[in-house]
Design a protein around this ligand. Sequence first.
Ligand code: ISL
Ligand code: CA
Length: 535
Amino acid sequence: MPQRGWWKRGVIYQIYPRSFRDSNGDGIGDIRGITRKLDYLTWLGIDAIWLSPVNPSPMYDFGYDISDYYDIDPCYGTLSDFDELLEKAHASGIRIIMDLVVNHTSHLHKWFKDSSSARDSRRRDWYIWHDPVKGREPNNWKSAFGGSAWEWDPHTEQYYLHSFLKEQPDLNWRNPEMRKSIHKMMRFWLNRGVDGFRLDVVNWFIKDDRFRSNPFTIKPLDPEKHKYDRNRPEVHDYIKELRAVVDEYDARMTVGEVFTLPPGNPELSASFLGNGEDELHMAFDFSIMYRFWSARRFYNCVKRWYREIPHSGWPCNVQSNHDQPRGRSRYMGGVNSEKRARVAAIFLLTIKGTPFLYYGEELGMKNTSLRRNEIVDPLGKRYWPVYRGRDCARTPMLWNSKTNAGFSDGRPWLPVDSDYKKLNVKAQRKDRYSMLNLYREMITLRKKHPALNRGEIIPEIKGFKNVLAYFRQEGDETFFIALNFSGKERTIHAGERGQWRVMLSTHRTIREHFTSLTMTLAPYEATVVMRIGEL
Ligand code: ISL
Ligand code: CA
């Protein structure tokens, strides 16, 4: 199904495979489970699935520690299950994006086994080894998951680097042979038909070649803190190489996770797009995920984001993923949390750029509250109760009001959210005014109208009194989107003339017509109108 640029028009849906649908009752979501739910995804109208890692893994970090890049973990199925998913998804017009976790492998990967077997092993230099300095760790680099980033290997008497767990040794991207193996592996999946890759922590691949210590700082969110172990400028050469591999194939795409502290760095994220054509197709900017609920703050985030995107590049937008608390919980609306989540949904699906949805977001799923003994995420285990880890946003998808919300016949690997009796796919499909139907309607409208997917965005009200309003325009199509982030009624006026009609709204059930863009928005109203003629 080649069609270049499909990813600019599409909506991408992230599936955390452990939690979507379990087909064999072992409590763990799997590939066959996803294949069985393709009907649902087709109904919802998404264009592609980004699948969090499904390769064999000892699961110290639930798949983000890969021990074999060429296979599928038995708990998720087999290669032929994967091929079946690809084939059936493609037949329904849904593309599949794989997670490419290549900053590190599992310590059980055969490359690391070889690398750590002897100092003169063939793949010694595929990972990052260093002698002690003054009898200690070579420098002050810290693992993102706590402690020093260096682990002592008593067998070969050197330290190895791990930016995450010690079971996730970092690959050495400066080694050309290692890079060739990654490219070969990418071709393996591209030949099988996958439509692209999401690159895990792409800004961490390259480390300082002199291993200088990071500047000492006591400010927890100081960007200088990772001066030498992340965000090295040389990384771009290797991203260009990687892009060339993907470009050997038709209509494939890449999206990079650019993770920084402080969170969200639009300039850095956009730098991974290169000149717009020679690095990644898209990169995440996480700014919005860390902003409090406010029209002005949201506006400022996207404004800065668009400003950084190179002329021939393309933005993408995201509000939730498997590492962050669920959007609906983050917006902290209390009794209004669902209303806020609806405004956020219309915002995400109408601003310029490819939207990424996280499974369950379309139902308005919230964080699940978990007890200490239910936590399995290594981060949560380590930092409880100060930080409870990421499990709260990884609980099973809620399909219906039966046992385990229809996720599994066995005991789910993480508890099912207690809201499932009301908040589930089956109930929401039937309810015309549900969050799910709002997502579906908006996705459908977005697909139908070029102005809403690739059109220019022209801001009109930039957060004044907590209202955001903008136009989207392409050819002779013009849309006006008005979002009331506040809990109060707001009357707005936009100067644009013409005849307009309500196309979608969280509040207006009648397709009203307007002859001017003066309207009173209910608290938390989100309304999309389209120009239907001249005045
Ligand atoms: O999850 C985090 C804290 O909330 C982040 O620090 C996270 O480590 C960062 O976003 C990088 O994430 C990616 O790489 C990790 C993996 O654990 C995450 O799930 C993945 O998205 C290591 O592969
Ligand atoms: Ca299973």
